[in-house]
Design a protein around this ligand. Structure first.
Ligand SMILES: Nc1ncnc2c1ncn2[C@@H]1O[C@H](COP(=O)(O)OP(=O)(O)OP(=O)(O)O)[C@@H](O)[C@H]1O
Length: 265
């Protein structure tokens, strides 16, 4: 469970460059919720994920995971609770280490006792099974350096590394945006499978409205540092891209502005 209360964040406060990135955001994710987040440029989506991950601290408000306040707990101490996949396929993995070593690192992050224990035969078998579950042939390449993998393969591995330790919260930060359409679809499908398999509580930022509509059980729309619209379950199932754009215009009285929005697939 994730709970944000009255989160506000201002950059360069009191200067001509002042930016109100988040303005009193309240949100509660129940266990197993899969929320997609869309919003115009500069709406505050990345800042929101950074505050949940502990990369940034809010100026005001609180963040709790599983009813424990973590507002000012540094990122490295939260990594056990939070899995994250970034837009850049290079970001989530260590290129000079092998697939096996990367998986061992991810395991170490979630469980101190397993750190630096190395990979024994049993663990290797577990890793192979895990990789086989995403069905892209990585199970035969345990000793391949991750830097040699394609963007899609790296993103699939990042996703696996962020999820197999079953974090309390999974943050997906436009994680399919840098991939070509076929690979993006593959990663989207792997995401759906992993979230379902581990019943992960997930917050996914995307610029693709159709993806936001088709995935998950809840959808948030952000603008100017606030969640301005929310739909869930039956109401969410009825959403269309045109309907969402209309909704935005109705609430804000202006056009939805995003330079990367892909309206339909
Ligand atoms: N580290 C920072 N320093 C200064 N300003 C920042 C910083 N991070 C974000 N901002 C500002 O805060 C506001 C919200 O930015 P944020 O990146 O969270 O938006 P976003 O919704 O992720 O946008 P986009 O969809 O364009 O990536 C913007 O005005 C941005 O310029």
């Amino acid at each position: 469970m994730l709970e944000l209360k009255q989160i506000s964040k201002v950059f360069y406060e009191g200067t001509p460059d002042e930016r109100k990135a988040l303005n009193g955001v309240d949100l509660t994710l129940k266990d197993g919720d899969f929320v997609t987040v869309i919003g115009s440029n500069g709406a505050g989506k990345s800042t929101l994920l950074n505050i949940i991950a502990g990369v940034l601290f809010p100026d005001f408000g609180s963040v709790s995971v599983n009813n424990k306040e973590v507002t000012f707990v540094p990122e490295y101490k939260r990594s056990k609770l939070i899995g994250r996949v970034f837009q850049d396929p290079m970001a989530g993995t260590a290129p000079n280490m092998t697939i096996e070593e990367n998986l061992a690192l991810a395991l170490g992050r979630s469980n101190k006792r397993s750190l630096f224990r190395g990979v024994n035969a049993k663990r290797r078998e577990e890793f192979q099974e895990l990789l086989a579950s995403i069905d892209i042939g990585l199970e035969d390449r345990l000793n391949t350096k991750v830097g040699l993998l394609s963007g899609g393969e790296r993103q699939a591995l990042s996703l696996l590394m962020a999820t197999f330790t079953k974090p309390s919260i999974l943050l997906l930060d436009e994680h399919t945006a840098a991939l070509d359409p076929a690979r993006a679809e593959l990663i989207t499908n792997i995401t759906k499978d992993l979230v379902k398999k581990h019943q992960l509580t997930t917050l996914m930022v995307t610029h693709q409205m159709d993806q936001a509509i088709n995935l998950g059980n809840r959808l948030f729309m952000m603008d100017s540092g606030q969640i301005i619209f929310e739909a869930q379950d039956k109401e969410k199932e009825k959403l269309t891209v045109d309907g969402l754009i209309e909704e935005f215009q109705k609430i804000r009285g202006k056009q939805f502005a995003s330079d990367r929005t892909v309206l339909t697939s």
